[in-house]
Design a protein around this ligand. Structure first.
Ligand code: AMP
Length: 428
């Protein structure tokens, strides 16, 4: 039989198989990130992969709508796969208006985007993120920023920077330049900075209605970068209240001990239209793409619930974070491999395996198709910690033979002790 054609052996374009060694790396990252969110008092939420298309489209800007996986089900409903978790969270809160505020929720789950696949850009990927809903305090901004910093640290990223900007400051800046064109289109063009050549951005700005000189002036203005601690002074140039707000944010970031990680960067505008205040993106080491991004969106929840509800959050792209942190695989070797040499020994082998499993060990029993030598070779290759041999001699003596695969030593342990469930043959 010829089997599957080549192209059918591979996952659908933009999708990836997650094999066990990759899965355990993902799980480690999931555990590390969840621990941080839980420690900050956030609680996990999960929602269906499939949403009403209309719900997704209501928030998505033009660019994102094209990226939605769209389909009709057999009953003719127009549906789509979620492209982030902010929309589902807003939808959930729209029927849970009594949820005590502020709401602190986090997620670690899959999202789908019909994007052009390339390095660091997939059609199915994981996002970890938080939503802090119902507060417009600057402390809320600082909490979410600090949480982003702590999340990166939790997975071992030491070298990172979080670049921030503010949409309100951008509005003032555009107004001061007398910009008349489409604000949305301009911000979307600026968001491409660093991702496409400057010439292309200038061209997009011109298409958005800016004359050449204004486009150049805008590009020069957004080149500015300052240490995070200068945010209050910097933003007060645009608006005194905004300066004061950043004064409080900076103070809170300092309290969290992460202020040094932040930089004001006017080229961070974020692609989506719904941000109203703080916007930010995280970069790790030499990794070129943003590992995460977020911001404040005080008008978004209202689109779904009809009630004005200030909110902010961030999302980290888990695959990108793992690549940036160099976490791609994690071994999960067996603790024990139990080998009954004879048919008689099988029952005892199962008994031993069950006792060890009860103690939390990960144990496989040989299926009777490998010779002892083959089984040992295989165990050495796959990284089994202990190989348990039960033959006629052992049965007669009431012992099992345990081989420490790493130290390459063997010892006999009484069957009763093993039945009692020893955690390690060397345990006292
Ligand atoms: P966004 O809100 O669109 O900036 O997405 C948040 C984070 O998700 C980004 O900073 C990326 O790390 C990650 N991300 C976005 N799109 C993709 C994609 N197509 N493939 C993998 N990761 C992505």
């Amino acid at each position: 039989m010829p089997g599957l054609e080549d192209q059918l052996r591979r996952p659908v374009r933009g999708m990836r198989d997650i094999t066990p060694e990759q899965y355990y790396a993902l799980k480690k990252v999931e555990d590390g990130l969840s621990k941080v969110a839980e420690a900050f008092g956030y609680r996990r939420i999960e929602t269906p992969a499939v949403e009403h298309f209309e719900v997704l489209a209501r928030k998505a800007g033009r660019e994102i709508v094209d990226e939605i996986y769209y389909f009709r089900d057999k009953a003719g409903r127009e549906l789509g796969l979620r492209f982030d978790m902010t929309v589902p969270v807003a939808r959930v809160l729209s029927y849970r208006l009594d949820e005590p505020k502020p709401v602190r929720w986090y997620y670690f789950t899959k999202v789908w985007r019909y994007d052009e696949p390339q390095h660091g850009r997939y059609r199915e990927f994981h996002q970890f993120g938080v939503e802090l809903v119902g507060s417009d305090s600057p402390r809320a901004d600082a909490e979410v920023l600090a949480l982003m910093a702590k999340s990166l640290e939790a997975v071992g990223v030491r070298d990172y920077v979080i670049r921030l900007n503010d949409r309100a400051a951008m509005d003032r800046m555009l107004a001061s330049l007398g910009v008349g064109g489409s604000r949305e289109e301009i911000l979307r063009a600026l968001d491409k900075r660093g991702k496409v050549p400057d010439g292309e951005i200038l061209e997009m700005l011109r298409r958005a209605g800016l004359d050449g000189a204004t486009a150049e002036a805008l590009m020069a203005l957004i080149s500015e970068r300052r240490p995070g601690s200068e945010a209050p002074d910097f933003f007060s140039k645009y608006d005194r209240d905004l300066g004061e707000r950043y004064g409080r944010i900076v103070k809170a970031l300092d309290a969290y001990g992460v202020l040094g990680r932040f930089e004001v960067d006017l080229s961070i505008v974020r692609g989506l239209d719904y941000y109203t205040g703080l916007v930010f993106e995280a970069y790790a080491g030499e990794y070129r793409l943003a590992v995460g991004g977020g911001g404040r969106y005080d008008n978004l929840i209202e689109l779904y619930s009809g009630v004005r509800t200030p909110a902010l959050g961030f999302a980290i792209g888990v695959e990108r974070l793992m690549e940036a942190a160099g976490i791609t695989r994690a071994e999960r070797p067996l603790d024990y491999y139990v080998y009954p040499v004879t048919e008689d020994a099988f029952k005892t082998a199962v008994e031993v395996a069950e006792a060890l499993r009860d103690k939390g060990a990960s144990v496989a029993v040989d299926l009777g198709e490998l010779t002892l030598r083959e089984a040992l070779e295989r165990a050495a290759k796959t990284g089994v910690a202990y190989f348990v041999i039960i033959g006629r001699k052992e049965l007669e003596k009431g012992v099992v033979r345990i081989r420490d695969m790493r130290k390459r030593v063997e010892l006999e342990v009484e069957l009763d002790r093993v039945r009692g469930g020893l955690a390690s043959p060397y345990a006292p």
